[in-house]
Design a protein around this ligand. Sequence first.
Ligand code: FES
Length: 111
Amino acid sequence: MKVNISGITEGTMIEVSENQTTVLIANVGGSFYAVGGVCPHMRCHLRKGTLEGVTVTCPCHGSSFDVTTGKMLSWVANMSRDLARLSRFFGWAKDIKKYEVRVEGDFLELS
Ligand code: FES
């Protein structure tokens, strides 16, 4: 997938989709990162959330992920502590996929 990144300013993110795959592309400090664009909790689109530094926070229930690694940072912040613990125990808490990117000029290629 090749994406024009000329409009993605620092601290912003976009979503692109191809073949039923949704990817979030974020510009953090002038570097571009790509991760799965759908939250593993209940499939909300992360582009509607917030990006602070390397952390994208899901707009629906507050799970957060590191856009540079795809690692989950917090799981379902708006859920009770017991339910959040159960959620982790049963393996519902997940990282998001990280894609490798190659930037050439105004274009980014995902692999
Ligand atoms: S859908 Fe993202 S935290 Fe619930």
